[in-house]
Design a protein around this ligand. Structure first.
Ligand code: URA
Length: 217
């Protein structure tokens, strides 16, 4: 099977996925769509109402805003692959829960492994935390560049947040202008923000008794 067939077979599996409670309330799962050869992947949070009804990502109000603003920076939907960290709508558009994100993670990892994008754009905080580091917040990380597993991550604010506040709309448009700039030139190593690793689990009392590896800090 070639890449296109593998991605399509993956999407068929996602459409019948039973792995978390979101399967009980979804209308349609939303695997994601776009160019299997895409250099850029956009990864949002989860399907909303329109996405749940149609089975397609980013087609509701915020999706239309994102699509329209991408065209203005020279990116058409046909060029990219666009998906979400969870493939089924959380009821009432609540944030996806940790166990739902974990249950869905193998689908996203398989899509990334097949597409092999050069860039991933996490759209909004939950996607950033899932893909780059749980320690990062979107307000600080937006418009910066991170590198993980050889992929460059450029997080942007979520268009749904932009629709709720004129200030956030301004920042969302700034993020897209910065994204355009990054995509159209070489990114130097010194522009890449290091990722702070989550702290190692504290040594247990047992370790201490054993004279084991207790950190001094
Ligand atoms: N918001 C998202 O994060 N993803 C969608 O697909 C639609 C809205």
């Amino acid at each position: 099977m070639d890449k296109i067939e593998l991605l399509s077979a993956l999407a068929d599996e996602i459409r019948v996925c039973p792995l978390c409670r979101l399967a009980d309330t979804r209308t349609l799962a939303v695997p994601g769509e776009g160019n299997p050869q895409a250099q850029i992947m956009f990864v949002g949070e989860g399907p909303g109402e329109q996405e749940d009804q149609t089975g397609r990502p980013f087609v509701g109000r915020s999706g239309k805003l994102l699509t329209q603003e991408l065209v203005k920076i020279g990116i058409r939907r046909e060029q990219i692959f666009i998906t979400n960290i969870v493939k089924c709508r959380p009821p009432g558009n609540r944030d996806p829960l940790g166990d739902e994100i974990v249950a869905c993670n193998d689908w996203l990892s398989a899509q990334i492994a097949l597409i092999e994008p050069k860039f991933i754009v996490p759209v909004g905080g939950p996607s950033l935390k899932t893909l780059v580091s749980p320690k990062l917040g979107i307000m600080k990380a937006r418009s910066k560049v991170y590198r993980k597993d050889g992929i460059l991550f450029i997080p942007i604010l979520h268009p749904a947040a932009a629709l709720r506040s004129p200030t956030t709309m301004q920042q969302f448009l700034e993020d897209l202008a910065n994204l355009k700039d990054f995509l159209n030139r070489d990114i130097e190593d010194n522009e890449i923000t290091p990722i702070e690793e989550p702290k190692a689990a504290p040594a247990s009392a047992k370790d201490e008794e054993d004279g084991g590896t207790l950190s001094l800090f």
